[in-house]
Design a protein around this ligand. Structure first.
Ligand code: NAD
Length: 330
């Protein structure tokens, strides 16, 4: 193996971490050195499955690599990342960046001091269905997002806001080019001691309003985004990989066009609703974000989700949680 290749390891190889291992094993131009997990049986099983080294000691792994993917439960992100950053290793941290803002700020300050990259696994940003909106001028005035999932013990170390809603908070912050003006939220516990269902309304200084509903006790998996703005309405099904865009045009389409247009009349003027279903290129979003991480370290690309973006999403999530908890008490 060439010695100048970036050396990478994965810490935490449970449900998701094993996929990080799988992808790093297939990404060109890097040297995947191995993994560490506090559960030795799990570490050995994944080591055997992908024929990679399981380190017996976390420090040995960190000392051997240039960069680490941290895929432990959220409550350990801060302590593991701090260890890595203090040893001047770049880190890819699964979402949410940490459990608290204080932890996130400490990591970002340390990363700046040690000149290393912190990237966060807000994977939905790489979802091809969401990326299909990129050619359109999306500048929403209203966004509605629903994320529902059947109950699963994994992720219940944190409330649903940090486990599920944070994906959509990050999406909203990436779609709206304005500062948050105010947040209102409500929620309740159903199966755990923390928040299982949450609704938040985030208002922005430019007038945009977003409404996000998240539940981890639903029957079926739903992940849908609707955006509304003057003359443009889009729906994105992140789960099924389907994007539809409706725009308004003065002209209808000629018969050769594959698009559909429907005339409508308003104020004695006829205009046309154009319906488009952009082609979705099916790609593995996790692999794309790990490639982006390796390219960021090589200076070829900017991180799609920086540590700072992860911190901003967490900041909004924490405020939502606080508002919900206040509502519990009063
Ligand atoms: P998991 O419980 O299946 O796996 C976590 C693994 O980390 C376990 O094998 C555990 O033994 C190990 N571990 C625990 N503490 C450790 C430590 N201090 N050092 C090393 N290993 C340790 O959890 P998961 O579902 O894989 O989730 C892991 C992280 O990934 C969480 O932060 C979660 O929020 C995130 N996640 C993100 C997405 C996404 O869509 N981006 C999806 C699922 C999970």
């Amino acid at each position: 193996m060439e010695s100048n290749l970036l050396k990478i390891g994965v810490i935490g190889v449970g449900h998701l971490g094993q996929h990080h291992v799988k992808h790093f094993c297939s990404i060109d131009g890097i040297n995947f050195l191995g993994l560490f997990d506090t559960n030795t049986n799990q570490a050995n099983a994944i080591s055997k499955k992908f024929k990679v080294k399981a380190f017996e000691n976390i420090d040995n792994l960190i000392d051997s690599v240039d960069a680490v993917s941290i895929v432990t439960p959220t409550t350990y992100h801060a302590s593991v990342a701090e260890k890595c950053i203090r040893k001047k290793k770049h880190v890819f941290i699964e979402k949410p960046i940490t459990s608290t803002i204080e932890e996130a700020d400490k990591l970002l300050a340390l990363a700046k001091k040690n000149k290393v990259i912190v990237q966060v696994g807000h994977i939905e940003r790489l979802n091809p269905a969401l990326r299909a909106l990129e050619p359109y001028k999306i500048s929403p005035k209203f966004i509605e997002i629903q994320r529902l999932a059947p109950y699963n013990t994994r992720g219940t170390d944190v409330p649903v806001v940090l486990d599920k809603m944070i994906h959509d908070i990050d999406i909203v912050l990436s779609l709206v080019d304005s500062k948050v003006r105010s947040i209102s939220a409500s929620g309740l516990s159903i199966l755990t001691d923390s928040i299982d269902i949450a609704h938040a309304q985030i208002k922005f200084e430019n007038g945009c309003v977003s409404s996000i509903t998240s539940s981890r006790i639903a029957k079926d998996e739903v992940r849908k985004i609707k955006t509304f703005q003057q003359n443009l309405y889009s729906t994105v099904d992140l789960y099924k990989g389907l994007t539809e865009v409706y725009t308004v045009s003065k002209k209808g389409l000629d018969k050769k066009s594959f698009l559909m247009s429907v005339p409508f009349n308003y104020n004695n003027k006829t205009r046309h609703i154009i319906y488009e279903k952009p082609t979705i290129i099916k790609e593995d979003a996790l692999k794309l974000e790990l490639i982006n991480f390796t390219n960021s370290m090589k200076g070829l690309e900017m991180p799609i989700v920086s540590g700072q973006s992860g911190r901003e999403a967490l900041n909004v999530a924490i405020e939502i949680q606080e508002k919900i908890i206040k509502g519990f008490i009063s």
